[in-house]
Design a protein around this ligand. Sequence first.
Ligand code: ZN
Length: 316
Amino acid sequence: MKQRTIPLRILVNEALLRRLPPNHPKRQDILKDLLIKRAGFKGEQDMDYYISLLDDKDFYIFQDLRIPLGPNYFQIDFLLLSTKFALLIENKNMPGIIEFDPDFNQVLRKHNDQAEVYDDPVLQVKRQIYQFRNWLINHQLTPLPLEFLVTYSNTGSILQNPSKNQEIYDRVCKGGKLVFKVAEYQQRHQKEILSMKEIKKLTKLLIKSHEPKKATIDRYNISPSEILPGVLCPACSRGPMERISGKWFCPQCKTTSTSAHEQAILDYLFLLGPTITNKQLRRFLLIPSRTVATYLLGNMNLQHTGGTKNRVYSNK
Ligand SMILES: [Zn+2]
């Protein structure tokens, strides 16, 4: 019903790494955050395979929902919705030894001779259950039984439960076990709770309520003046390229391109947007001609508002 898209935070991080000077002090933080976010995204993609093994007539499947609830959001990697129950899945992509400590709601991860501590994901998904139930009640929807699971999609995760806690055994598993856990829940919940009409209403409302998380450069305290302008070379990543006879030319490696400005415009929208005007574009691409800027923007299939003189462009 709803497919995930690349998180904005990944796109913003990538754009920042392209456009901050090589010696910028925030580069390490940005790279670290990018790798974590990419691993999470990859883990969810890997989980898709195990979810695709389920009979798809039984479930409405939502990937990566983020729904406002009061002053907060409730966010879930996967929601599987049936007329009898719903299953919320929080997925982790984490190689290494993962040791659960339910007494203190923490998880210890040992990997490459390093130990790190994380919040208990079971508690995390229980909070999501609590929020989802409240959201259903707030919208006068029938609160159906809610099941939850924490999955580890990485085949290199070594799960350990030293205190033999039953809830950890019940609620945490490797991705490969998902179909069997779902079969258990189907056995447990055989009563129809929602009519087809109700489930369609719920589905529509979930899709309508979803708000993707915004990402800005404020997060790193980076000011717009630190972002390097110019079209970057698709071959050697250096800039700025020069506009010569309707093409972009790299003075460093002599590569030419007709489309190198597209990434630059997207970088602008991610980092300095969400909108761009003709004048802002000329300044960012380092081109003097208004006509050329209009031509380049026109070919980008961006949304625009305003007349020809004061037109503002944005990405969808
Ligand atoms: Zn080049």
